[in-house]
Design a protein around this ligand. Structure first.
Ligand SMILES: *[C@@H]1O[C@H](CO)[C@@H](O)[C@H](O)[C@H]1NC(C)=O
Ligand SMILES: *[C@@H]1O[C@H](CO)[C@@H](O)[C@H](O)[C@H]1NC(C)=O
Ligand SMILES: *[C@@H]1O[C@H](CO)[C@@H](O)[C@H](O)[C@H]1NC(C)=O
Ligand SMILES: *[C@@H]1O[C@H](CO)[C@@H](O)[C@H](O)[C@H]1NC(C)=O
Ligand SMILES: *[C@@H]1O[C@H](CO)[C@@H](O)[C@H](O)[C@H]1NC(C)=O
Ligand SMILES: *[C@@H]1O[C@H](CO)[C@@H](O)[C@H](O)[C@H]1NC(C)=O
Length: 486
């Protein structure tokens, strides 16, 4: 544990990089481009296609268990990943879990600049369409393609692939074409028990990576997007009548891994807040911020939809980004508990200090209050990272520092979400959470039988280490990213 903490700063910085990727992706640059333009939103045509499948297969709503791996915050590198199984014969792939994006893609055979090894100590694979007897390409005239790009492609000719590309904030990019294949899922069939279930799903076959995606040391086989668009795995499964559009995660901050499942959670109970409609991300309405039991005195319109777009909850991000007004008051209240504390900057990024006591006794808890009286408590042990013995860095970031257009985002990432069960109920358009032991289990409903079953925690692998060389390139990248963001 302690040695794990030693490399924390590096991991934190790495996380910062990854999360910047996501911040920018979400708010400024991210687009899933069709080669002919157009934004990937996934629309009704896809629904119609799936409605057809659904009639064919009948309703067989299930709960599904995903094995989760990756180190918990603060040592997470924003990288929680899961194992997925695709094709005939079935092959396993490790993909990063991201609630900030909408498609599932994996590296494909012969792809350009795809990673071949990973410091995560997971075996990297490339999907080989020809080796899978159930794999097919999706052509540009198919309904999925129209749905993915929200309109028919006027340049589509017979036999042409349905191409996509995803550009991230640091300029890195993945591009390829959509394919469809069998997908094996672990259907929850009893307490801590699963059995294999087949589904056919459309996903991206990545033919080319550019930028860091191809070379980062924490490489995985792809990304599984749990965003709201109809192109996501969850939407596809839901529209083919296999699952309800509800998923949850519990990221274990101490042990790594945790719980990740599709299905209605019946235990524990969570309180909920409505999702802001028509947003690409999971946005909720923040009403007030309380520090050490006292409310911050914030401008009444600070969190209004007019000037911001709500608060983004994003498990693909590690830290928490607050508008300057919130950040400054929060820091002032925090520091007023420790008037003699001096902070220093580490790597020009993080405000850090020396402290020998128990941080939970020395610093105030922060409580975010959302619409419908849902509170999100964040304790000092969550928002302070021990980078060396007795040296702590602060996880709150001033989002005002990162924008020039005056729009300050509020984005809450893994530091506030770890050790909580977070339930995304897209059926009812709510999100909810509760403090939880992520090494234990939750109960989800199997809609087909009406039974509820325990789904337990998983811990897919393995510690990882970062070399000095990696660290330097990461720092350089962060610098580049900051410039890009400006
Ligand atoms: C997804 O498809 C459903 C129909 O199945 C439709 O009602 C919904 O608006 C679509 N959602 C998006 C985000 O396109
Ligand atoms: C899933 O599909 C594969 C390949 O077609 C088949 O061999 C297997 O029996 C199916 N499994 C289930 C549980 O339907
Ligand atoms: C809150 O802030 C406003 C504007 O800065 C100020 O006028 C007001 O006195 C403050 N209220 C309290 C209770 O500090
Ligand atoms: C979701 O909404 C439906 C209908 O509005 C309601 O019956 C159900 O109890 C809600 N579920 C949850 C978990 O809130
Ligand atoms: C969390 O749950 C696990 C598994 O049930 C248990 O071993 C552990 O003691 C629990 N941790 C806490 C802090 O309660
Ligand atoms: C999960 O894996 C990590 C790293 O391999 C290990 O330190 C930790 O003890 C594991 N946790 C559990 C609950 O097995």
């Amino acid at each position: 544990m302690d040695s794990g903490r030693r490399c924390l700063l590096w991991v934190l910085l790495l996380s910062f990089l990854v999360q910047l990727m996501f911040v920018v992706k979400g708010n400024v640059v991210f687009q899933v481009h069709h080669k002919y333009g157009g934004r990937c939103k996934g629309k009704a045509a896809l629904g119609a296609l799936r409605a057809h499948d659904s009639r064919r297969h009948g309703r067989m709503l299930s709960a599904i268990d995903f094995q989760l791996g990756g180190d918990g915050s603060p040592t997470s590198a924003a990288l929680y990943y899961t194992k997925i199984t695709i094709g005939t014969p079935p092959v396993d792939y490790y993909v990063q879990v991201d609630t900030g994006s909408d498609i599932l893609w994996v590296n494909c055979q012969n792809c350009e600049r795809c990673p071949t090894k990973s410091d995560l100590k997971i075996p990297l694979k490339q999907y080989d369409l020809r080796a899978s007897s159930t794999g097919k390409t999706i052509t540009c005239d198919q309904d999925f393609c129209d749905a993915a790009f929200n309109r028919p492609n006027p340049d589509c000719r017979a036999g042409m692939n349905c191409e996509y590309s995803v550009t991230y904030g640091d300029g890195s990019r993945t591009e390829g074409y959509f394919v469809r294949d069998y997908f094996r899922l672990d259907r929850v069939t009893g307490n801590l028990q699963t059995s294999a279930m087949n589904g056919s799903i459309a996903f991206g076959c990545s033919a080319k990576q550019s930028g860091e995606l191809g070379s980062s040391s924490e490489a995985v086989d792809g990304i599984i997007g749990f965003g709201q668009a109809n192109t996501s795995l969850l939407s596809q499964l839901a529209s083919s009548g296999k699952v309800k559009k509800i998923f949850s995660h519990c990221l274990d901050g101490n042990e790594g891994g945790g719980i990740f499942a599709i299905g209605e959670v019946v235990q524990p109970k969570v309180n909920r807040t409505p999702l802001v409609q028509n947003e690409p991300h999971y946005n909720v309405n923040l009403k007030a911020v309380e520090v050490g039991g006292e409310f911050l005195n914030l401008s009444t319109d600070l969190f209004d939809m007019g000037s911001s777009r709500g608060t983004i909850i994003d498990s693909g991000t590690t830290l928490a980004y607050l508008p300057s007004e919130v950040y400054q008051q929060l820091m002032a209240r925090m520091m007023s508990k420790q008037p003699n504390l001096e902070t220093h900057l580490v790597e020009q990024q993080f405000r850090c200090f020396w402290y020998s006591g128990n941080v939970d006794d020395g610093f105030p808890a922060v409580n975010f209050h959302f619409e419908d009286s849902l509170a999100l408590p964040v304790y000092p042990r969550d928002y302070l990272f021990e980078v060396r013995d007795n040296e702590y860095c602060i996880g709150w970031q001033n989002s005002g520092m990162q924008t020039k257009d005056g729009r300050e985002i509020t984005l809450l990432g893994d530091i506030v979400l770890t050790d909580k069960l977070v339930v995304y109920d897209l059926e009812n358009q709510t999100i909810g959470w509760t403090q939880y032991n992520c090494s234990s289990s939750i109960r989800v409903r199997d809609e087909a039988t009406g039974n509820s079953y325990a789904v337990g925690a998983h811990n897919l692998s393995s510690a990882f280490t970062l070399s000095k060389v990696n660290v330097i390139s990461i720092l350089l990248l962060i610098a580049t990213l900051l410039i890009l963001i400006d």
